[in-house]
Design a protein around this ligand. Structure first.
Ligand SMILES: [Zn+2]
Ligand SMILES: [Zn+2]
Length: 170
C-alpha cells in the first residue's frame, strides 16, 4: 500500500486494515499466521518529517527451538517512527557520528506494507521458545523431557567437578 506523502492531509491520515505477508517475508521461517494481521496507522507530516504511529495485532504460531512443538504467540505491538527526508545534509553528517537508528524516506511515496512488515519482524522473538522453562528434547532418548517419558539418568556435568573426579581417582 503506497502513500503519496503530498496527499497526506493536515490532520493526518488514519488507516485501519489487514495486511497479508507470505511466510518467506518473515524473519522466523517457522511462523504461521493464525489470525490476519491488523494494523492501525496514523500518518502525519510535520514540516518534511513523516510521523507514523501504529499498532499491529495478530497471532502467529512458532515452532519452539528447544522442543520443536508448535506454540501460539500473540502479537500486540505499538510503534512510533519518524522518517526524515534523505537529502538533508545536516542529518547525514550527524548520522555518521551517532544515530544509526534514524529512518529516511527516499521518494515522495512511502510503502506501508514494508513498514508494517518490518515492525512485525521486530516483534518476533530472536529464539522462539514455548516457555522460558522449556527443557527441550532429551539428547539420549529423543523424548520430550517435560512429558515425563524420558527416564534417562542425567549426570550434571560441571567441568570443574570432572576435573576433581579425575584427581580423586588418582
Ligand atoms: Zn518448547
Ligand atoms: Zn531421555
Amino acid at each position: 500500500m503506497i502513500i503519496d506523502i503530498e496527499k497526506i492531509p493536515q490532520e493526518g491520515l488514519k488507516i485501519s486494515r489487514e495486511f497479508e505477508f507470505p511466510s518467506t517475508d518473515l524473519v522466523e521461517e517457522s511462523a504461521v499466521f493464525l489470525r490476519p494481521l491488523h494494523a492501525d496507522l496514523h500518518i502525519k507530516m510535520i514540516g518534511d518529517e513523516i510521523i507514523i504511529k501504529g499498532t499491529i495485532t495478530t497471532c502467529v504460531s512458532f515452532i519452539c527451538s528447544r522442543c520443536l512443538v508448535p506454540f501460539e504467540f500473540p502479537i500486540d505491538s505499538k510503534f512510533d517512527l519518524i522518517y526524515f527526508p534523505e537529502e538533508r545534509d545536516e542529518f547525514k553528517e550527524q548520522l555518521e557520528k551517532d544515530d544509526l537508528g534514524r529512518l529516511f524516506y527516499h521518494s515522495q511515496n512511502i510503502d506501508l506494507e514494508e513498514i508494517v512488515l518490518e515492525q512485525l519482524n521486530l516483534s518476533f522473538p530472536v529464539k522462539p521458545l514455548c516457555s522460558k522453562n522449556c527443557q527441550g528434547i532429551c539428547p539420549v532418548c529423543g523424548k520430550l523431557i517435560q512429558s515425563g517419558e524420558c527416564v534417562c539418568v542425567k549426570e550434571d556435568s560441571d567441568p570443574r567437578l570432572d576435573k576433581l573426579k579425575y584427581f580423586i581417582k588418582r
